[in-house]
Design a protein around this ligand. Sequence first.
Ligand code: SF4
Ligand code: SF4
Length: 443
Amino acid sequence: MISLLKRTRGGLTPDDRKSFARTEPLWNAAVPSRCVVPLLQHVGNPAQPVVNVGDRVREGMLVGRASGAMSANVHAPLPGVISQQVSLTLEDGRSCAAYVIELSGEFDRLGKQLDPIDWERKSARELLKTIRECGVVGMGGYGQPVDRKYSARRGSGVDHLIINGVENEPYVCADYRLMMEMTDGLLEGARVAERILRPERVTIAVQAQRTDVRSRLQRRVRERGLGYFVHSVPAKYPQGDEKLLTQAVTGREVPGGASPSDVGVIVSNVATVYAIYEAVVYEKPVVERVITVSGGAVRQPANVKARIGTSVQELIAECGGLQSRPEKIVLGGPMMGHTISDVTLPVTKRTTAILALTAEEIYNGPRTACIRCGRCVRSCPVGLEPTTLYKMLDHGDQAAAVAAGLLDCIECGCCGFTCPAHLPLVETLKRGKQALPRRKGTA
Ligand code: SF4
Ligand code: SF4
């Protein structure tokens, strides 16, 4: 079944800059001779080190053990020797220890035909255990451990699983290629998730203009006899946000400070569901992922499957290197990603994209006073008044900002993108939220 869902309010329709993805299949990036593996690639505590400098590790071997419910296991992406343990500041400002692994020895999986496991004999509890052991986290960028997300809600009123293939930040198209080229693995992962969560309905959501991926998914769903719905949502940013997607697909509004699971919905990104498939069917830990490498400064924009721990500069080189000087390099999408200054940083389980953007591609300009044009208000997809919230926070009145809906802000950046005065709207709102006492996070 296919349906075109209604537009939600606000939002933007930026130039998507993904035309290369229609014709260029993804490829496997070269295996690096050295990788840097952070012990923090998820939302919770860093994993605890379980190997030492000088140890020899095999591909996929556990190197960091989850430390707490929101933490996740970390595995060696390469066979080799741990040459150093270093301290790393990640793109989001958090710090952690990381192992440097120098490649040597045999690969256990690369290029080998692996036998699938008969996972259907396993209980939901056993499937969740495998998912936890393999270190599967939300790979759309948030990084919540999947076993935690699923087990917290299993049997407690979740009736709808939405598989999120709506990546509507400009440039980012890794999930699109994954859906086109790894369709059956994705659908098998969906079956595993369905088996664990037992929802009444499973929906795969894709962007309306992706008619090729929609047809492909619909055909394979039909051929495999799966009762999944393939829904198209308008090509509008930030329609892929899980709260907005929940509302668009189910009509249920997710309150501020709550998550979709609070209204009976689990949303999982397509890359996450594919990682579930590899974990359960092949017992393969998360040691690689599909990443978009793009931006006007990159010579050959592409989607590549890269080993975790490969450096940003190596993946840019993999895509022909730079053809002009980038004004900034971003990990993630241009709206919600993080600007980095160090191109030796490694990619992690949460890295959806590497963008090398030229000056012409960056929204920049001198900051002026608010001219009360109302553009930020019109662009806000959740109906807030960003200019009012900004002024409240600027005056230190956090309580008023909360009363005016600060917690409903999904940090999409639409307001700042449209502001002709170049005010740091989303940055101020983010800081305002971070300064609040710890609240229930979104998944
Ligand atoms: S960042 Fe927050 S306030 Fe700004 S448009 Fe997005 S949801 Fe609205
Ligand atoms: S878009 Fe910028 S200038 Fe216009 S009302 Fe909002 S904050 Fe003021």
